[in-house]
Design a protein around this ligand. Sequence first.
Ligand SMILES: [Zn+2]
Length: 84
Amino acid sequence: MENLSRKEIEELIKENLTNNPSPEMLKKLKQLAMSKNVKIGALRKRFCRKCYSLFPINSEIRIKKGIKNIRCKKCGYVTRYKIK
Ligand SMILES: [Zn+2]
């Protein structure tokens, strides 16, 4: 997968997201995207940063004072996003 263009990586990511990727696959895709400077955008909110569990199945979402807290049910890691 190392010789893919940025465009191809983006396509690969989109394809995989609709396909319930495993944590291993997500990790691979993220590393690939990072190595090529591909912006993964919305993908970042689709899985746990720590254990790569797929969201929203494995997450709990709480919204507090304009901040969205997404807690991973698998490892307990909390990701925070500002809501515009
Ligand atoms: Zn996690």
